[in-house]
Design a protein around this ligand. Structure first.
Ligand SMILES: Cc1cc2nc3c(=O)[nH]c(=O)nc-3n(C[C@H](O)[C@H](O)[C@H](O)COP(=O)(O)OP(=O)(O)OC[C@H]3O[C@@H](n4cnc5c(N)ncnc54)[C@H](O)[C@@H]3O)c2cc1C
Length: 405
């Protein structure tokens, strides 16, 4: 197997060694309580504090925001954040709790923000002092995002927001929301949208928790009832919301460079864990890892995992993607989320009936992390644009097929 460090410059290899040593010395270890599997399921204060401390520590040590300019709190060393992401995945560190800030809001603010917005927002986002959520989806506007109905009505000194957002990950801990709202109902639906940096701690904002099929929280719906936003909450131009939101979605789907933290599809450690599981589980009195059918499936998943990792490396080399510049990048979210789902599915099959044992059951193999991952994997194939929508986009933008209606 080609390791990332096999082909890199001595400067990057040196940085990788430093990062690896720091991670080894500072890995926060097992907290002794149930951690969420991703930023999508952060529920209790205990989980949140542990994860926030980890992000702050990584930032203070100089391992977050490396690609961002120094004047906004970043490291000013473009290209190095990816190395940290790979090393953290290798060491199985906790994730960064402010993922929406690091991956979606931050890069969008860097792109469209005024100087004041960049100086005000980015540093506390990196240190996890201020958490971000995303207010795009509504009960009647998910895949069809341009149908957003939440209104932002201009007043003398800002806007008043009214409407209903749903599936709002981590809104219960957020200080800010990236908000897509309708500012002009009389023009076509795309031109009537604007994009805001909405404070969550103002009157008229109600956050209500939603519970997932795994029994875990992390999701919310957010009701706005004439909630005030200041004038400088607008990001980009009035009426430019659709364009700004598309930039956010490119980052959310892993199709753009420049996140402040870990990347989609960069884990690369999943199959190794399933191979270990297969060696522990018995089939007909022998380790399941000796079963040829299972070995075939593991090999197939390993090839997919390698293809993902190499594809994301290739996407960074312009000369290798000239024929279809967007193809690999646009495939990232679709391919990674479906791979993760298949991996969790195979692990549950390996565990057999024991996969029915749930969190907290002392007999559950691997502390029930695989059945939990399987349930959570459906969120990954839906959130940020469903697999069907991703296939539509690839069909239209990469293969040149006719537009879907
Ligand atoms: C774990 C998770 C976290 C999320 N976090 C956030 C968040 O923080 N902020 C936020 O704003 N939103 C969030 N979402 C919402 C997410 O973006 C939407 O769920 C997603 O865009 C789909 O919208 P919908 O649920 O309204 O489904 P719908 O749009 O109603 O789709 C229903 C079904 O119809 C299919 N479908 C719809 N249109 C088409 C079409 N044109 N062609 C083919 N098939 C189609 C879809 O693929 C899907 O299977 C999250 C969702 C999940 C699952």
């Amino acid at each position: 197997m080609t390791e990332p460090e096999d082909t890199e410059s001595s400067e990057i290899a040196e940085f990788r060694r430093e990062a690896r040593a720091w991670i080894e010395a500072n890995h926060p270890g097992d907290p002794g309580f149930k951690l969420p599997q991703s930023f999508l399921e952060v529920e209790s204060d205990q989980q949140f504090d542990y994860l926030r401390d980890w992000q702050r520590k990584a930032y203070e040590a100089g391992y977050l925001g490396l690609d961002w300019p120094e004047e906004y709190g970043g490291g000013g060393r473009p290209g190095l954040q990816r190395v940290v992401g790979q090393e953290m995945a290798r060491a199985n560190t906790p994730f960064f709790v402010n993922t929406i800030g690091l991956q979606w809001a931050g890069p969008t603010i860097l792109h469209y923000g005024t100087e004041e917005q960049k100086r005000r927002m980015l540093k506390p986002l990196l240190s996890a002092e201020e958490i971000w959520c995303q207010g795009f989806s509504e009960p009647g506007a998910g895949s069809d995002l341009a149908s957003v109905q939440t209104r932002a009505v201009e007043t003398g000194d800002g806007w008043l927001v009214s409407g209903h957002k749903v599936w709002t990950t981590i809104a219960h801990k957020a200080k800010w929301m990236i908000l897509l709202a309708r500012t002009d109902p009389d023009v076509n639906k795309y031109a009537g949208l604007s994009y805001f940096l909405m404070p969550m701690d103002v009157p008229g904002v109600t956050v209500q928790p939603l519970i997932k099929m795994s029994g875990e929280g992390g999701f919310n719906q957010v009701i706005f009832d004439d909630a005030p936003m200041p004038r400088d909450a607008l990001l980009g131009e009035l009426g430019q919301g659709w364009q700004v939101a598309m930039t956010t979605l490119l980052h959310e789907r892993g199709a753009a460079d420049g996140s402040g933290g870990a990347e989609i599809g960069s884990a690369g450690e999943g199959v190794r864990r399933v191979v270990e599981l297969a060696a522990q589980v018995q089939r007909d009195g022998r380790p399941a890892s000796e079963d040829p059918v299972l070995r075939d499936r593991l090999a197939e998943l390993w090839i997919r995992e390698e293809a993902l990792r190499l594809g994301s490396q290739r996407a960074r080399v312009e000369g290798l993607c000239r024929d279809r510049p967007l193809a690999l990048r646009l495939m990232n979210k679709l391919v990674f989320s479906e791979f993760a789902q298949d991996l969790a599915d195979l692990s549950c099959q390996l565990e057999g009936p024991a996969a029915q044992l749930w969190l907290g059951d002392a007999n559950a193999p691997d502390r029930a992390e695989w059945p939990r991952a399987y349930m959570n994997s459906f969120g990954m194939t839906i959130g940020g644009g469903t697999s069907e929508i991703q296939r539509n986009i690839l069909g239209e933008r990469v293969l040149g097929l006719p537009k879907s209606k």
